[in-house]
Design a protein around this ligand. Structure first.
Ligand SMILES: [Cu+2]
Length: 384
């Protein structure tokens, strides 16, 4: 509602301004003002210098942006291949900066130099093969180099050695949450199909498949440091994108097929939290939160929790209304901690069995009625 009012006010302001200029034009009628629509030398000079003004604006804004928002970029990559992606990204940035610096100066300088002058005629200049060859060949060579290097890096990153000792994990995307399935001791994921989705078996794992017996389904994923994690990615409904920015990993999730990505984490969560840049970043975020909390508490609301860093799996494809909130926490453990975590988990097959066994009648009744209430509450929230 407020935004509608703001838009109406803005439109009315624009109309008022337009009417004012009309009145101003009317007041000029009859006075000794040049009303010709042809540009004079003075007009052309002003336009020429404005070109330099705009050039200065581009550079000042670029430098300002670099200093103001530069530190917000992702810093140290948390995966073995991450450095390669960052290098490719940095080369691309440097090239863009060089090309932009040269071409913008030339563009604006020539617009100034050849600004209109009374009595000056344009020179007819058909073509210049040498010049055209230069500005075609240089970009072609540079771009071909960049693309070839990119292809080389991508092939390197995407190569998964089937014989290598990896940890196989399934990432399952649906509107609007992630679920992970760890392949368990045999390190092979059991077959899955939407037709098997029922009750706690939300991923549709085929429990008749021997490989599925030790599969573990979790909503917070733990992975070990120093070992390649082989992700097999599925989607239940629409296109999603599995995005793990700190690991420089992203792969589309396509309904009806399995896509893959693999990387090796090189920092545990607690190691990454201790990186100097992360300590500074978290301190900055918490300074902002403390300020906001003070304002909230003054209004009688609850204060914000302090922020601690965690790796996240996000969705990077706009997949619906709650896309922004589609995320899963990823914890990178030391191999020992990972083993301990794995031991604590209950395999899906057992969860399904437990859900199928009827609980004592009284408790079950209570739990059921609670569930109904919960669903009613949830659907209300969704309806809003
Ligand atoms: Cu999504």
């Amino acid at each position: 509602m407020t935004s509608l009012l703001v838009i109406i006010v803005l439109v009315l302001l624009a109309v008022a301004l337009w009417q004012l200029t009309k009145i101003f034009d009317l007041t000029q009628v009859g006075s000794n003002v040049d009303s010709s629509e042809v540009a004079t030398d003075k007009d052309n000079d002003i336009q020429g210098y404005l070109m330099f003004g705009f050039l200065a604006f581009i550079y000042i804004f670029t430098i300002y942006g670099l200093f103001t928002w530069g530190p917000l970029v992702l810093h140290t990559p948390a995966s073995a291949h991450g450095g390669e992606i960052d290098f490719l990204m940095n080369i691309t940035w440097v090239l863009i900066f060089i090309v932009q610096a040269i071409t913008q100066v030339l563009l604006h300088y020539f617009a100034f130099k050849y600004r209109g002058k009374q009595g000056q005629k344009a020179l007819f200049f058909a073509d210049n093969n040498k010049l055209e060859a230069i500005w075609s060949v240089i970009p072609a060579v540079v771009l071909a180099g960049l693309i070839l290097y990119g292809l080389y890096a991508w092939t390197n990153i995407m190569f998964i050695d089937e014989d290598e000792d990896t940890v196989v994990v399934e990432l399952y995307a649906q509107q609007f949450k992630w679920t992970a399935r760890v392949a368990g001791e045999d390190n092979v994921l059991g077959k899955a199909n939407v037709r098997y989705i029922e009750g706690v078996n939300t991923l549709g794992v085929d429990l008749a498949d021997p490989y599925a017996q030790d599969d573990i389904v979790v909503s917070e994923l733990h992975i070990p440091k120093g070992k390649k994690i082989h992700f097999k990615i599925r989607s239940q409904d629409v296109l999603h994108s599995a995005y793990m920015p700190h690991f420089r990993a992203q792969m589309n999730c396509v309904p009806g097929m399995v896509t893959e990505f693999a990387f090796e984490p090189i920092y545990t969560t607690s190691e990454y939290r201790e990186l100097p840049y992360m300590i500074e970043k978290v301190a900055n975020i918490n300074a902002i939160r403390t300020k906001k909390s003070a304002a909230l508490v003054a209004k009688g609301e609850t204060a914000l929790d302090p922020y601690t860093f965690d790796y996240l799996l996000l969705c990077n494809k706009i997949c619906g209304s709650s896309h922004y909130n589609m995320q899963m926490k990823i914890v990178v453990d030391t191999p020992e901690d990972y083993k301990a975590w794995l031991k604590e988990q209950t395999v899906l097959a057992e969860q399904v069995k437990a859900a199928a066994t009827p609980a004592p009648v009284e408790g079950a009744m209570e739990a059921d009625s609670l569930k109904v209430k919960e669903t009613a509450a949830t659907s209300k929230v969704v309806m809003k």
